[in-house]
Structure formats: structure tokens, C-alpha cells
Design a protein around this ligand. Structure first.
Ligand code: PRP
Ligand code: ZN
Length: 293
């Protein structure tokens, strides 16, 4: 049977999160062996562990059918190839969130973007940076570095850097501070454009896509249960964001009902506080293990 091939980052920020997503989709992946190619036991899927800057081109050339790559790297690759990349975004996966930012030494004082005019900026993302500078009508010299960009100012290779910031710890440790955000990034699932797949391969892909969607939906969804005064039902259900049609259950106390719903929300503490304000009691919020929409 024909197997689907997925390229993921072999080490680094996105690697663990990518494997975790595939495992949550039910793929059996032996964690120990990080050989180049890994056969998934229970699915006609192979995983290729590669450097992140190879992922877009592997997918574009059809060496792999799918890839999990940062939006930053994918955008850089797209710009570098002048949009000739034959790989398109299937899902924004919502993990490995970070930003690509210009950073300056701590003692560098500035007010506006034009303050970096004519300075040297070191980055691993030259195409994204050049586009950003052009859009902001600033002329500066872009110096391409493959890694250790945060050290560029120490070694006087550049005056500023443009690199990935997540927690900000790397900048702080290197005496740098953020100047401006060039782009926001997160993990993407990309796929080869116009692939010619067999029916069997399409079936595997569709199954995988449905599972990925389900895993993503679970992440921000919770099962909410609460008791409410009967006259507050409509007020309370309005606060249950994302709930399709809540279940209303009679309680022994005729003045009260129980309300159950699957809610989609990132700020559940705030939601609970609002619910309590309008009279909800015994509010329980439970994680959802799996769901199929
Ligand atoms: C990025 C970036 C910094 C670090 C920032 O590296 O280049 O080194 O993450 O993270 P922080 O703000 O949480 O300290 P990445 O993990 O992408 O590895 P790479 O530079 O080798 O690609
Ligand atoms: Zn780094």
C-alpha cells in the first residue's frame, strides 16, 4: 500500500510539538529512534526527520506529501523562491508560537523605525526582513547568518539582529531588547500543490486531516457543567461561547436547572467569573479527551 510521507523538524523548537500532534492523532511513533525515516506502525504513514529549512522544498518537490513547518521558515522559503514553491498551507496548527523581531543592544536608544537607517542587521530570515524594511521604507544592510544570530552584535558582525523570539530569554541573556515585530509565527501543516494521489492515499490523508482538526478543536474546548436559577437560562447560555446547543436538565429543586455544554474559549477563568456573577453555581470545567465534529 502506498504510504504518506510527512516531513518534520528533526530537532529544535518544533520537533517535540510536531510528534505530539501526530501521536494525539493516534499514530504510533517509536520515540527513541530519531532516524531519518520512521515507519508508523499502525498507519500507512512514514515520518521523515529533517532540518527545518528543508521541509518546504521537500513538500514542494513531492519528496514528502506533507510537512510541519514554522510559518517563519515557510514564508522565507516562499519569498526566496519568488513564490515558485509548490507547497500550500493546509492548517495553521496553533502551536510553536513565536515572533520574528528586530532586536537592538540594550543601550541602543530609538524612537522610530527610521532610527535603524543604514545600520547592519544580521538574520537567518533575509527575505522576510528585506520585505519588511521595504514596506517601512527603511534602507538598512541585511547580513545573512545561518545560526547564532544573537551573537552577531557582540562580534561586531552587525549593529542589530532580526531573530525568533519566544520567551525572550535568549535576547535577555545576550544584552538585547526587542525593537519591533516583523511577523508572528506558528506551526503550519503544508501539503504538495496538485498532488496525483491514489484513492487509498487520499483516504489516509482525509482520515489524518479529520483527526488533526479534531485534536485542534479539543485543545481550546472544555466541557462546562453548572447549576443555574431557571430564570437565568438565557443569560447564562449566552456566556457559553462556542456552545452549539447546551443541554438543560431539570434538578430536584424546581427553581434550578443544570446546564451542560462544550465551550470553545481560551479564557476559562474569565468565563467562570462572568457565569458566577449572573447566578451560576457549582461550575465545573472539564477537559475533553477526544471529539469528532
Ligand atoms: C530561536 C531563536 C533563539 C530562540 C529564542 O531558535 O533563534 O535562539 O529560539 O527563544 P527564547 O525567546 O524563548 O529564548 P530556534 O529554537 O528556532 O533554533 P535555531 O535558531 O537553531 O533555529
Ligand atoms: Zn536560535
Amino acid at each position: 500500500m502506498e504510504r504518506i510521507r510527512i516531513a518534520i523538524q528533526k530537532s529544535g523548537r518544533m520537533s517535540d510539538d510536531s510528534i505530539e500532534l501526530l501521536k494525539k492523532c493516534g499514530l504510533e511513533i517509536p520515540t527513541k529512534s530519531r532516524q531519518l525515516l520512521c515507519h508508523v506502525q499502525n498507519f500507512p504513514i512514514d515520518i521523515l526527520f529533517v532540518r527545518d529549512d528543508n521541509i518546504s522544498s521537500f513538500v514542494s518537490e513531492g519528496i514528502c506529501d506533507l510537512g510541519i513547518v514554522g510559518k517563519d521558515v515557510y514564508t522565507e522559503d516562499t519569498l526566496a523562491l519568488e513564490n515558485k514553491l509548490s507547497a500550500e498551507i493546509k492548517f495553521q496548527l496553533g502551536f510553536s508560537k513565536c515572533r520574528l523581531s528586530i532586536a537592538v543592544p540594550d543601550n541602543f536608544s530609538y524612537e522610530k523605525i527610521s532610527d535603524i537607517k543604514n545600520l547592519k542587521i544580521a538574520t537567518s530570515y533575509p527575505e522576510i526582513l528585506k520585505k519588511y524594511l521595504a514596506e517601512n521604507k527603511v534602507e538598512a544592510e541585511v547580513i545573512k547568518m545561518e545560526g547564532s544570530v544573537e551573537a552577531a552584535t557582540h562580534f561586531k558582525i552587525a549593529d542589530l539582529i532580526c531573530d525568533i523570539v519566544s520567551s525572550g530569554a535568549t535576547l535577555e541573556a545576550n544584552g538585547l531588547k526587542e525593537f519591533s515585530t516583523v511577523m508572528k509565527s506558528e506551526a503550519l501543516l503544508i501539503q504538495t500543490k496538485n498532488p496525483k494521489f491514489s484513492a487509498a492515499k487520499i483516504e489516509t490523508l482525509e482520515k489524518l486531516f479529520a483527526r488533526i482538526q479534531s485534536v485542534m478543536a479539543c485543545k481550546d474546548s472544555k466541557y462546562v457543567m453548572l447549576n443555574a436559577p431557571r430564570e437565568k437560562i438565557s443569560e447564562i447560555t449566552k456566556l457559553l461561547t462556542g456552545a452549539d446547543s447546551p443541554t438543560i436538565i431539570d434538578l430536584a429543586d424546581k427553581n434550578k436547572v443544570a446546564i451542560h455544554a462544550v465551550c470553545n474559549e481560551t479564557k476559562f477563568w474569565e468565563m467562570m467569573e462572568e457565569l458566577k456573577k449572573v447566578g451560576a453555581t457549582a461550575i465545573l470545567i472539564l477537559p475533553i479527551e477526544k471529539m469528532m465534529l
